[in-house]
Design a protein around this ligand. Structure first.
Ligand code: DQA
Length: 147
């Protein structure tokens, strides 16, 4: 079973982008940790980052064919992309919403997630551990199907 970790706009700049908010680690170093974690949990893992809405939507569509579930940090698209929301709703695999920062303690516009209602759950505010918690959450969700 394969898990897809997706990162949206500006997350390719992790490490240099507002480190006081997003931490000093790069996306690749977080992904390396997730790769190790996935292996120890018995999953294959794939990674995808795009700064464009269409790129993210195309990969979500593909994921319905080749992945069991998705961990998605949609970046700022979280707050206004109905197109990404509809793509998540269209695919039948579970999607966990994650954010490095605590979006509820920041700007007003970050408090609204238009994708949250179509995700199986949301995790925010734990830095890179948000992704790791997302892996455990997805593992649990995928296990429910076998029960
Ligand atoms: C983010 C939070 C978003 O509001 C922001 O636009 C991002 C990163 C996070 O991981 O904390 O790009 O998704």
């Amino acid at each position: 079973m394969k898990i897809l970790v997706m990162n949206g706009p500006n997350l390719n700049l992790l490490g240099e982008r507002e480190p006081a908010i997003y931490g000093g680690e790069t996306m690749n170093s977080i992904n390396d940790e997730l790769r190790g974690m996935a292996a120890s949990m018995g999953y294959e893992i794939a990674f995808f980052q795009s700064n464009s809405e269409g790129g993210l939507i195309d990969r979500l569509h593909e994921a319905r064919l080749d992945c069991a579930g998705v961990i998605l940090n949609a970046g700022a698209y979280t707050h206004y992309s109905y197109a990404i929301r509809d793509a998540i709703a269209a695919i039948k695999i579970p999607v966990v919403e994650v954010h490095l920062s605590n979006v509820n303690s920041r700007d007003e516009f970050r408090k609204n997630s238009v994708i949250a209602p179509v995700c199986c759950g949301s995790i925010a505010g734990f830095g890179k551990y948000s992704y790791m918690l997302g892996m455990y959450a997805l593992d649990n969700k995928l296990g429910e199907k076998d029960e």
